[in-house]
Design a protein around this ligand. Structure first.
Ligand SMILES: Cc1cc2nc3c(=O)[nH]c(=O)nc-3n(C[C@H](O)[C@H](O)[C@H](O)COP(=O)(O)O)c2cc1C
Length: 131
């Protein structure tokens, strides 16, 4: 996978420095396991429109993260514009209806967890009241 990451970066930008390319290669080896998330989205499904299919993809991804937590592991979703590149699409032999959403990097968490400011839930939600 590291080779594919590197190829996608090279296609996008021809003049990348070798140490930056090595950084990109290492992204494929950040966790014990890297799982590619490929969504099959049908535009022809009248009963389940694409936005509902995408919601299902997101929900299943969340379940993967929760399952990892429940087994004592950690996971992180990573993506970036290169997951939509032709290099990546060809590497995974994607059909037109298939989309590489990103990857779940997973394994045993060995580093420190950084706390950072979170938005207050009350600022994100609004209460609907009938008139
Ligand atoms: C579809 C998707 C793609 C993401 N891609 C990246 C990414 O490329 N790099 C990154 O640092 N975080 C990415 N994130 C965010 C992280 O997976 C994670 O949600 C974020 O670091 C916050 O995690 P925390 O709230 O558990 O600390 C992505 C999230 C989603 C849902």
């Amino acid at each position: 996978m590291a080779t594919v990451f590197e190829s996608a970066a090279r296609v996008e930008n021809k003049g990348l420095a070798s140490d930056y390319l090595e950084e990109i290669r290492l992204k494929a080896m950040n966790g014990a396991m890297l799982v590619a998330i490929i969504a099959y989205i049908s535009e022809l499904n009248i009963a389940v429109p694409p936005h509902e299919q995408w919601i299902s993809v997101g929900a299943s991804l969340q379940n993967v993260l929760l399952a990892l937590e429940s087994f004592g592991y950690k996971g992180k979703i990573v993506s970036g514009r290169r997951v939509r590149s032709n290099t990546m699409r060809q590497a995974f032999r994607l059909k037109p209806e298939e989309h590489l959403v990103g990857f779940v990097v997973m394994g045993t968490h060995s580093g420190t967890t950084h706390a950072y400011p979170r938005k207050n839930g009350h600022d994100l939600l609004s209460i609907w009241r009938s008139d």
